[in-house]
Every structure is written in structure tokens, then in C-alpha cells.
Design a protein around this ligand. Structure first.
Ligand SMILES: CC(=O)SCCNC(=O)CCNC(=O)[C@H](O)C(C)(C)COP(=O)(O)OP(=O)(O)OC[C@H]1O[C@@H](n2cnc3c(N)ncnc32)[C@H](O)[C@@H]1OP(=O)(O)O
Length: 428
């Protein structure tokens, strides 16, 4: 007898609108929301969740008890959502991305292999549908490696000292653009335009799920359950008046004037000058002491200020976890540095990319073919996920024992790049 005989595994149709379907969808949303310690959703929040989930055409996988011993209506004990987005892998085209979120299993049903089953089924369907790569952001670092996901980008949490006169840009900084404060709802179309261009330019960035509109336009604040009247939107315009950057932030009151702070939800600019101008603006906002933000782990801001100690790092953490599902497509889509050729022997516990492959790079383009030759490099799909966007040099990961063989030096010369670190600013 299967250990899951007491459960029904299936998917819910996010677009179904009859009363019974809505009630099942509400129970599903309650299950993930409760697991993330946010409690069950009221009708307003459920409606908002349904709206953005429909916009993204999300697949909702669940496990639900077949019956209740006390006669209650069974409610989901596991949730798992996924949808199709895009990822910038550093090549000329964005790559279709299978995005995963809301992974929960109720405490009553944990460690019975429910997540393993949902993940295995979901990745198999995604691969069969032609998704070359999957990604998620994680609550804990110990869960997803076993399924072939590797941490592929990092971010840095910082507290920037914005007391009067503290954060100063080095002499010589010049920007010929301008700033405009807008209502967040009015800024939203401009924010979207800048963000779309940023995605096109930034290796490691992913397309934004639809829920971003609700909180970045100020339309709905998930914490208060109403319009976000605190959100401030500042747009940077270039010399021709074209928007090329923005910051969205929320001032937060501290215990006293010395502790009022800004939480920066998003600061994105298409030029370094626009980005620094937005920081200069933030440093000049009165009555505030600290700006909390996420930055690239090797962000230019540290080198643009007179006193680098104004930018205090409080945390460095993994952001996007990547899982390769189709090796010829994914390795063919990312850029390569030196010309070369190696045979990779790849282990994959779920079998999607396992086997021996000859990787050949020429003029920045990689091609991959199945091979029966002796392997030059032995590794696994989790390690290839970590290396995929170029965040970490091959030799660093090899020194950890994760790549072995006589071809590691050649592979490093082919794979490592000298461009900016990959960066994903999008949580999901
Ligand atoms: C992408 C996201 O949504 S991130 C959010 C993840 N969700 C949460 O953190 C919510 C709270 N936690 C949970 O809901 C559950 O504990 C889950 C989803 C993390 C795990 O669900 P389960 O059904 O218990 O996992 P399952 O039984 O399939 O375990 C699979 C393996 O992962 C291991 N594992 C599961 N959870 C954890 C964990 N938190 N830490 C370390 N290992 C774990 C299990 O020991 C098992 O290992 P094995 O294959 O060597 O035996």
C-alpha cells in the first residue's frame, strides 16, 4: 500500500468560477497562507490572490485527504504552485522559465514524501512541456538541492546611513537627468517599462509575477489589507525626459526621530548615474536615519561614496535557485568565454539531464551533444545550477569537491566570465 493512499493528489483550475471551485481555491490559498504564518485569507485578500494567480495562469498542485475522520470537509494539506516566466541567462534571448512558489506541507503530514512527489511530478510535467529551466527562491537552504536546484545568484541586505551629511557621493559625480515624485499608481506604467528593460539587460533577473502590480502601484498592501498610502515613488528621467530609473520606498517610524527609516522596496536604474542620483535623493530625505535595501553583493555604491562605512552589510544570502531541465538548450543559451571542448559526466537524481555530454564552445556560443567518450569533468545538476549564471568561479566550486576530473581547468576557462555578477531582484 502506498504511503499516500489517504490523500488525493491533483491540480485546481485557477480560472474556474463556480461556487464549489471558488471554495476549493479559497481553501488552497488558506493552506499556503497559514503555512507562511499569515493566517487564513479574508475575502478581499482571497480575491486579490485569485486575480494575480489567474493573470499568471498559475498551476495549483495540492494533496488533500480523501476523507475526514470526523466528517469535516477535507482541506488541502499540501500546496505547490508554478507558472511560466522568463529568465535572462546572459545571452541575446530571454529563456522560458518554470517558476515555482507556495511550496507547503502541513505539519500533520510532513516527512512522508509529499513535497518529493509534488516536485517530481511538477518538474516532469514542466520538462515534458518544453521548459528548459526551473527556478525558485527558498525559505531554507537545505530543502531543494536534493531536487537538483543550486543557488545561482546572491543579494546583500544593507543599512545605509542617511543621517544629514553622512552619505555623500564622491566629488565628480554628475547626472544631467531629473527626478519626479509621482503617485505610485501613476508611476506604475513607467516602473514596468524600466523594469522590462532592466530584465532584458540583467543576467540573473526574472520576469515579475503579476502580484507585483498590487503592491508596487500602491493599490493593495498585503499587510494592512488596504491601499498603501505610505508608498513613495520617485522616477528618474534622462536628459530627454525618458524614464530610466525609479525607487519605491516606504518610510517607517522608529521609537524616536533618530530611528525613523526607509524600507526600499525597489531601486532600479538603467544607468549608473541614474542609480546614484536616486541614492543621493534618498540621502537627502529629512527626518530619517537609515535606508534598508537589497544590493548586488558587489554593488558600485560602495565605491561611489566618500565613506564606504555608510553602507553596512547586515546579510549576504542566496536569491535565485536554478534547476536545469534541458542541458542542450540551457547551455546553448548562456554565453561562454574561451573556445574549448570537454566531456561532462552529469549526475541527476531525477534523471532529466543525467549522462555524458560533449560541450563545445566557439565564439561565445556553446553546443552540447550526448557522448560515449571518457568524461573530462564529473559533476551533478545541482552544481551546474549554481554555476549556470556565472555567480561563482568554477575553481571555487571545484575546490569544494563538486567538480572533479582532468578537464576542470578547461571547463573553467570556457565557463567563467568577466562581466558583472548576475543579479535577481525579484522574490516570488
Ligand atoms: C519555494 C518555496 O515555496 S520555499 C517555502 C518552503 N515551505 C516552507 O518552508 C513551509 C514550511 N515547511 C513545509 O511546508 C515542509 O516542511 C516542506 C515543504 C519544506 C517539506 O515537505 P515534506 O513533505 O515534509 O518533505 P518530504 O517528506 O518530501 O521530504 C523530502 C526530503 O527533504 C527533507 N526535508 C524536508 N524538509 C526539510 C527541511 N525543512 N530541512 C531539511 N530537510 C528537509 C526530508 O528529510 C526528505 O529527505 P530524504 O529524501 O533524504 O528523506
Amino acid at each position: 500500500m502506498s504511503t499516500h493512499d489517504d490523500l488525493t493528489f491533483g491540480t485546481l483550475d485557477v480560472h474556474a468560477d463556480d461556487a464549489d471551485s471558488r471554495s476549493r481555491l479559497h481553501a488552497y490559498a488558506d493552506a499556503w497562507s497559514s503555512a507562511f504564518i499569515e493566517g487564513r485569507l479574508d475575502d478581499e485578500k482571497f480575491g486579490r490572490w485569485l486575480e494575480h494567480s489567474r493573470e499568471d495562469d498559475v498551476t495549483l498542485r495540492h494533496a488533500t485527504p480523501t476523507h475526514s475522520a470526523v466528517g469535516a470537509t477535507p482541506r488541502p494539506v499540501a500546496t505547490f504552485s508554478s507558472w511560466r516566466g522568463e529568465l535572462n541567462v546572459g545571452g541575446p534571448e530571454l529563456v522560458p522559465l518554470h517558476m515555482i512558489s507556495d511550496v507547503t506541507v502541513a505539519p500533520t503530514h510532513r516527512r512522508r514524501g509529499i513535497l518529493s512527489r509534488l516536485m517530481t511530478e511538477d518538474l516532469a510535467v514542466a520538462a515534458a512541456d518544453g521548459a528548459p529551466i526551473a527556478a525558485l527562491t527558498v525559505s531554507e537552504g537545505s530543502i531543494y538541492g536534493r531536487f537538483g536546484f543550486g543557488p545561482a545568484t546572491r543579494y546583500r541586505q544593507v543599512e545605509v546611513d542617511i543621517r544629514p551629511g553622512r552619505l555623500r557621493l564622491r566629488p565628480g559625480f554628475a547626472d544631467d537627468g531629473s527626478l519626479e515624485q509621482l503617485l505610485p499608481g501613476d508611476a506604475w506604467p513607467l516602473v514596468q517599462r524600466v523594469k522590462a528593460e532592466h530584465l532584458r539587460r540583467t543576467r540573473g533577473e526574472v520576469s515579475r509575477p503579476a502580484f507585483y502590480r498590487q503592491f508596487q502601484s500602491g493599490d493593495f498592501d498585503w499587510e494592512t489589507g488596504g491601499i498603501n498610502r505610505r508608498l513613495v515613488a520617485i522616477v528618474h528621467l534622462d536628459v530627454d525626459g525618458t524614464p530610466d530609473g525609479y525607487v519605491l520606498y516606504t518610510p517607517k517610524e522608529g521609537d524616536d526621530h533618530d530611528h525613523h527609516r526607509i524600507d526600499i522596496g525597489d531601486l532600479i536604474a538603467l544607468t549608473p548615474a541614474a542609480e546614484l542620483r536616486l541614492w543621493e535623493y534618498l540621502a537627502g530625505v529629512d527626518l530619517l536615519s537609515v535606508a534598508r535595501a537589497r544590493l548586488l553583493h558587489d554593488d558600485p555604491l560602495d565605491h561611489a561614496v566618500v565613506d564606504p562605512r555608510c553602507v553596512k552589510t547586515t546579510l549576504v544570502r542566496d536569491m535565485l535557485w536554478v534547476r536545469l531541465l534541458d542541458l542542450p538548450r540551457t547551455l546553448g543559451a548562456r554565453p561562454w568565454r574561451e573556445d574549448g571542448s570537454v566531456v561532462l559526466d552529469v549526475a541527476d537524481p531525477l534523471g532529466h539531464v543525467s549522462g555524458r555530454w560533449r560541450l563545445t564552445t566557439a565564439k561565445g556560443i556553446g553546443t552540447l551533444e550526448p557522448s560515449t567518450e571518457t568524461a573530462d569533468v564529473h559533476t551533478d545538476v545541482e552544481t551546474l545550477g549554481t554555476l549556470y549564471l556565472g555567480d561563482v568561479p568554477v575553481h571555487t566550486v571545484a575546490a569544494a569537491g563538486r567538480l572533479t576530473g582532468t578537464g576542470v581547468d578547461t571547463f573553467a576557462a570556457m565557463a567563467d566570465h568577466a562581466g558583472p555578477s548576475p543579479y535577481c531582484r525579484t522574490g516570488f
